[in-house]
Design a protein. Structure first.
Lengths: 113, 117
């Protein structure tokens, strides 16, 4: 059973546009929600993470929106650039980040110039 | 943030041989490390949890006798794929929990591409 559901599977955005990726979870014990960026042949790199005590976290062009009651969270990439083209994974876990992660299925983002 | 390394970055072996993959936390200690497997264009799937000083915990469907895990120290975990077969060809990635600006985060290694001929 997929613990974290992610959509869309792929996304094409014009340079300068906003990329939005959505995730949903069921386990209310989850208390750590990171997003990872992965380039082909590379390991996932932590992009930004949020904990359920806040509804939004922003770091540069990347923002996580978190809706605890709906058990949903999303990644917004503002002013998308061709260099942002990669696969993005949302994840969730309990234990504040110390336990293994449950990953979404991934979103392949392509930013066209 | 904290750094996790893996060695080798890629390996090609013949069917029936064994391959060892190392995962190291470079600037922090990790009593627990996690091993994931990722097939092309798919997500990461947890294989096992490596525990320093005790046996690894394997996920359902993962053969513990085929994927041997040893957490030799607080900075090193190894995954040995024994009697490798072509279906074991995959991208193997480890992670370790570490603190970044005081907050606990999961840091991933760069991955090891295993190709079994």
């Amino acid at each position: 059973q997929q613990q974290v559901k992610q959509s869309p599977q792929s996304l094409i955005v014009q340079k300068g546009g906003i990329s939005i990726i959505n995730c949903a979870y069921e386990n209310t014990a989850f208390d750590y929600f990171p997003w990872y960026q992965q380039f082909p042949g590379k390991g996932p790199a932590l992009l930004i993470a949020i904990r359920p005590d806040v509804s939004e976290k922003k770091e540069g062009r990347f923002t996580i929106s978190f809706n605890k009651s709906a058990k949903q969270f999303s990644l917004h990439i503002m002013d998308s650039q061709p260099g942002d083209s990669a696969t993005y994974f949302c994840a969730a876990t309990s234990g504040g980040g110390a336990n293994n992660l449950f990953f979404g299925t991934g979103t392949r983002l392509t930013v066209i110039p | 943030g904290a750094v996790v390394s893996q060695h080798p970055s890629w390996v090609i072996c013949k069917s029936g041989t064994s391959v060892k993959i190392e995962c190291r936390s470079l600037d922090f200690q990790a009593t627990t490390m996690f091993w994931y497997r990722q097939f092309p264009k798919q997500s990461l799937m947890l294989m096992a949890t490596s525990n320093e000083g005790s046996k690894a915990t394997y996920e359902q469907g993962v053969e513990k006798d085929k994927f041997l895990i040893n957490h030799a120290s607080l900075t090193l975990s190894t995954l040995t794929v024994t009697s490798a077969h072509p279906e074991d060809s995959s991208f193997y990635i480890c992670s370790a929990p570490g603190r970044d600006f005081g907050a606990m985060e999961q840091f991933f290694g760069p991955g090891t591409r295993l190709t079994v001929l």
